[in-house]
Design a protein around this ligand. Structure first.
Ligand code: HPA
Ligand code: ZN
Length: 319
């Protein structure tokens, strides 16, 4: 049986499976530079974060209407339910859509249609986290927050993603302050490819409550001590780390050492259509590759509910 778990690091655009991409391309008259789903899948060999992002953004061209976003979210929720997910905090990248002429309202309302039915249809409670693309300007992030104002009832938190190196968290101080003033919670990707210093900055300058990835904290023992003492959750994505070559093979992943150090680790799928597995598959993979025992898998699942933006009553109901 699958352990009940919360998924806290999941980009909805990264759940676009090749089959759905072709269906949406045909429906919307978008030409894909691949003849078949098999041919598209052969492009899923990445050297690093940027080579992945190039394909991830290109394939989003097929997402155009509310119905497209609804079907995308519904497909994810169906798969997640089968893998034991009871609660999902879902990232989306509004700038990747508004830059192609798709309004933020189309994205949020389309996703919202699927999320509104999720508890009843899939047994999964959901929240949305709006991410800013860190390789775009701080001004563009502020414009995005402004454009999101009519939809804040659907959005729980802000996040920060895309190409990390050269785009430190401090670049987004102002927009995070504005988001907090609007009552939004805060997370950020940090320490995936970027240095441990970016993790400190995300905590100290942006005031985030969780770190997405955080893998490179292991290079900085003082930082590890702090993350342990403050119980800052890390939303790790081991299959993503292998595919984007942060680690060579899953057997080399520091997850076991991170748990042993007392870090509040969670395990997540990141972009499951691209990285070879949904979150249940990821639990299975770390069990096999790292020899994690049942008790450690339970700790990971328990951490996911502790780290979620649920109040305690909701948390008890989900588990
Ligand atoms: N890192 C940064 N940006 C992203 C990722 C990721 O793993 N997935 C989608 N956008
Ligand atoms: Zn991510």
């Amino acid at each position: 049986m699958q352990l009940p778990k919360a998924e806290l690091h999941l980009h909805i655009e990264g759940t676009l499976e090749p089959e759905l991409a072709f269906v949406l391309a045909a429906r919307n008259g978008v030409e894909l530079p691949y003849a078949t789903t098999e041919e598209l899948r052969t492009a899923y060999l990445f050297d690093d974060l940027q080579t992945f992002l190039d394909l991830y953004y290109a394939l989003m061209a097929v997402l155009r209407t509310e119905q497209d976003f609804e079907e995308l979210a519904d497909a994810y929720l169906t798969r997640a339910a089968a893998q034991g997910v009871r609660h999902a905090e879902i990232f989306f990248d509004p700038q990747a859509h508004t830059a192609r002429g798709v309004p933020i309202g189309t994205v949020v309302e389309g996703l919202g249609r699927a999320l509104d039915r999720s508890e009843e249809e899939h047994g999964i409670s959901t929240q949305l986290i709006m991410c800013f693309l860190r390789d775009r300007s701080a001004a563009s992030a502020l414009e995005t927050l402004d454009a999101a104002k009519p939809y804040l009832h659907r959005i729980s938190a802000v996040g920060l993603d895309s190409a990390e190196v050269g785009h430190p968290p401090a670049k987004f101080r102002e927009v995070y302050e504005a988001a907090e003033a609007l009552g939004l919670r805060k997370v950020a990707h940090a320490g995936e490819e970027g240095p441990p210093e970016y993790i400190r900055e995300a905590l100290d300058v942006l005031g985030v409550e969780r770190i997405d990835h955080g893998l490179r904290c292991m290079e900085d023992p003082e930082l590890v001590k702090r993350l342990v003492a403050e119980r800052v959750p890390l939303t790790l994505c081991p299959l993503s780390n292998v595919r984007l070559r942060a680690v060579d093979v899953l057997e080399d992943h520091p997850l076991r050492a991170m748990l042993d150090a007392g870090l509040v680790c969670t395990v997540n799928s990141d972009d499951p259509a691209y990285f070879g597995g949904y979150v249940g598959d990821t639990f299975h993979a770390v069990h096999e590759a790292l020899g994690l025992e049942r008790e450690q898998l339970r700790t990971l699942a328990r951490n996911s509910f502790e780290a979620a933006f649920l109040d305690h009553d909701e948390e008890r109901r989900s588990r």
